[in-house]
Design a protein around this ligand. Structure first.
Ligand SMILES: Cc1cc2nc3c(=O)[nH]c(=O)nc-3n(C[C@H](O)[C@H](O)[C@H](O)COP(=O)(O)OP(=O)(O)OC[C@H]3O[C@@H](n4cnc5c(N)ncnc54)[C@H](O)[C@@H]3O)c2cc1C
Length: 488
């Protein structure tokens, strides 16, 4: 059933599983666990539709690169899937074997651990069973780039697609306008005892469950952990430690422009770094998209982001200027955009502020920063692409100066792929969750979503995070069932 927590607060005394956040990760987990026969509370902070009251709780400050963290995320049923673009690219085996530079390790599990959940994740986002991830164009023959491969989800809007299932699945209670405002850790038991829930009048109540899952997005997952005084008092988390650290985005760099040689295919070209290239230069992976301006204005991977920026421009009263810049183009002129891997770094982080939001939860600051290694990735990908483009006589490329001169501030925009703030690791020395997605130092608190990514590769995060969500549902089903059998 779906109920409004503002009106009705009749929750069960206890649940097998309590999930915070009803975006793609939370909805997937809730439906799988309830269908497996467990009692599940899905607590969603927003309502059925967008509201400034809920969205305002996402307000955060920024001390690094501009992230538009408040505007890009959506805080209501279905989460950010209410305006995601649906581009799906799976992780590849090398994402799990190539370690990032620096002191932090990469993934502690092999790719095979999530590969087997790919069919389930594809089904969840309405991709046809067994459909191949198709190559786009022909790549740069013999060079450092393969053609990129991806599939487009319709895109699946989770609130609409799963509305009936959320309403009718036995054992599942979905409460809207039901905000998690605190996590109560019992240090003697080593377990989370309860979450504290609040309506919009600030009426709080404790809710007990056997297992808890944070599925509120990468920024909020870290925020909930950092905000919990009892977790801090028990030494499970510490400010300035790994929780909230390693915040990563995919880098959408405005690489420069090109003029396509007349007579060539006008379709956008999408390339992807080869593993050999990445390993040889110790750089991150990357997608590069070279598209004629006429095509960029209306279609393509960046269309959603463009609509978002258009709306922002309207709000800021500069729509006319933005429209002029966006629509002006000469025949054959194109732009080069990217989706490039950012390496995990403790400098790039979410941290707690003194200031509280309307419900008394500490606000956060996002310090999204890049390292020298990230700048090197951008430089290497940009200059190699330009050289190979010329070698193949595709036309002329003009790189922006900040691509090859790393002392010049970078011009980039976000993809809204937030990752890494509760990263997975083999030990608490290097991460926040273990290989089962359980928060180190607790027996029953889990995290879901791309906050658990140890590295982000250059694959869109939603389908992979669903693979992990299906895996976590299977793990918890096994744990609860085993405990039940032992008790019987
Ligand atoms: C413009 C745009 C385009 C995108 N395009 C793509 C794409 O093409 N491909 C791709 O893979 N990804 C894309 N993404 C990213 C994608 O939207 C996210 O990866 C995905 O939504 C993450 O799912 P999630 O469930 O982890 O988090 P979210 O979708 O952020 O859901 C979190 C949920 O938690 C709730 N919540 C938050 N705080 C609380 C609280 N305290 N208490 C209770 N509930 C709470 C929120 O209301 C929300 O419903 C795009 C994002 C944007 C902004």
């Amino acid at each position: 059933m779906i109920a409004d927590y503002q009106q009705q607060k009749t929750l069960r005394g206890s649940y097998d599983v309590c999930i915070i956040g009803a975006g793609p990760a939370g909805i997937t987990l809730a439906l799988r666990l309830a269908t497996a026969g467990h009692s599940v509370l899905l607590a969603e902070g927003g309502g059925q539709e967008y509201s400034p009251r809920s969205q305002g709780l996402y307000a955060c400050s920024s001390s690094g690169l501009q992230l538009y963290a408040e505007e890009a995320r959506l805080r209501y049923l279905g989460g950010t899937s209410n305006h995601w673009a649906g581009r799906c690219r799976p992780f590849s085996p090398s994402d799990f074997t190539i370690a990032p530079p620096g002191d932090l390790p990469g993934w502690p599990i092999p790719y095979g651990e999530i590969e087997r959940y790919l069919p389930a994740a594809m089904d969840i986002v309405d991709l046809p069973a067994g459909a191949p991830f198709k190559a786009i164009n022909t790549g740069l023959d013999g060079g450092e780039f393969d053609p990129d491969r991806f599939l487009l989800s319709p895109p699946t809007r989770f609130a609409q697609k799963y509305a009936t299932a959320l309403e009718q699945t036995e054992g599942l209670d979905v409460f809207l306008n039901c905000n998690c405002v605190d996590l109560e850790f019992d240090s003697a038991a080593g377990r989370l005892a309860a979450v504290v829930l609040s309506d919009y009048e600030g009426n709080r109540q404790r809710q007990v469950a056997r297992y808890f899952i944070l599925a509120a997005g990468a920024i909020e997952n870290a925020r909930q952990l950092l905000n919990s005084q009892s977790l801090a008092d028990a030494g499970v988390i510490s400010q300035g430690g790994l929780v909230g650290g390693c915040f990563m985005e995919h880098l959408n760099v405005d690489m420069g422009t090109f003029i396509l040689k007349p007579g060539l295919d006008q379709e956008a070209r999408e390339y992807y770094t080869t593993d050999a290239f990445v390993e040889q230069y110790k750089i991150g992976k990357g997608n590069v998209r070279a598209a004629l301006l006429a095509e960029v204005q209306t279609y393509g991977r960046t269309a959603e982001v463009k609509h978002f920026l258009e709306n922002l421009a309207c709000d800021m009263g500069v729509a006319g200027k933005v429209e002029f810049v966006a629509r002006f183009s000469c025949p054959g002129d194109g732009v080069i955009s990217t989706m490039i891997e950012q390496f995990p770094s403790l400098q790039s982080r979410i941290s707690l502020l003194e200031q509280k939001d309307a419900l008394g939860v500490a606000k956060v600051n996002v310090n999204w920063v890049l390292t020298a290694e990230d700048r090197n990735t951008i430089k290497c990908i940009g200059t190699t692409l330009a050289t190979q483009w010329a070698d193949m006589q595709l036309g002329f490329v003009r790189l922006n100066d900040y691509v090859y001169d790393t002392s010049i501030p970078l011009k980039l925009s976000p993809h809204a792929h937030h990752m890494g703030t509760t990263r997975m690791a083999a030990s608490p020395q290097h991460g926040v969750v273990d290989t089962d997605c359980k928060v180190f130092g607790t027996d029953n608190l889990y995290a879901a979503g791309s906050s658990i990514f140890a590295t982000g590769g250059a694959s869109n995060p939603t389908m992979p995070l669903l693979q992990f969500a299906v895996r976590l549902a299977e793990h918890l089903d096994g744990r609860i069932s085993a405990a039940r059998s032992a008790a019987a």
